[in-house]
Write a protein that binds this ligand. Structure first.
Ligand code: GDP
Ligand code: MG
Length: 162
């Protein structure tokens, strides 16, 4: 069985940056601004000799209309397809209302989800952990997708169980 991992979260939290780092391709469009990746994007990657599939998504904002609604639909479909969801939050923005909405959805769907706090570049990881504890998804795993920090620990926590 090839585990499927969906990268889910608000636009601009760094999902595509993480996807590109994991799959080492440039296929996912890394937006310099919110919401450029409109569709699901699959990539193959491996960790410790183990193949897995990563899905990049356009992002969820909680009040979607028009193109945003399509983006949300793709994100929700990716959640359904996934064996495990990496729920990405932005430690520089802190906790936002859409984050709470996404956490609620994951709980409702009874999805295995790991909370990933991205953009912990110079920030104290403990501060990131505390910030997101109201989401009720356990301790956030601190990473910096743009710099490759924390990725191995994240993959261990994600794929170690398969
Ligand atoms: P997406 O909308 O969730 O796919 O987010 P993107 O991957 O397009 O990234 C949004 C912005 O966040 C881009 O400007 C990235 O360069 C930036 N970004 C991604 N990861 C990090 C990180 O670890 N640290 C910092 N400071 N910026 C990051
Ligand atoms: Mg993106």
């Amino acid at each position: 069985m090839v585990p499927v991992i969906a990268l889910v979260g608000r636009p601009n939290v760094g999902k595509s940056t993480l996807f590109n780092r994991l799959t080492k391709t440039r296929d996912a469009i890394v937006a310099e601004y919110a919401g450029l990746t409109r569709d699901r994007q699959y990539g193959e990657a491996s960790w410790q000799g183990r193949t897995y599939i990563a899905i990049d998504t356009g992002g969820l904002t909680g009040d979607e209309e028009g193109i945003d609604a399509k983006m949300a639909e793709q994100s929700l479909l990716a959640i359904e397809e996934a064996d495990v969801v990496l729920f990405i939050v932005d430690s520089r923005d802190g906790l936002t209302p859409p984050d709470l909405m996404i956490a609620e959805h994951l709980r409702k769907r009874n999805k295995q989800a790991l909370l990933i706090a991205n953009k912990v570049d110079t920030l104290d990881p403990d501060i990131a952990r505390a910030e997101f504890s109201p989401l009720g998804l356990g301790d956030a795993i601190p990473i910096a997708a743009a710099h490759g920090r924390g990725i191995q620990a994240m993959l261990e926590a994600t794929l170690g169980r398969f």
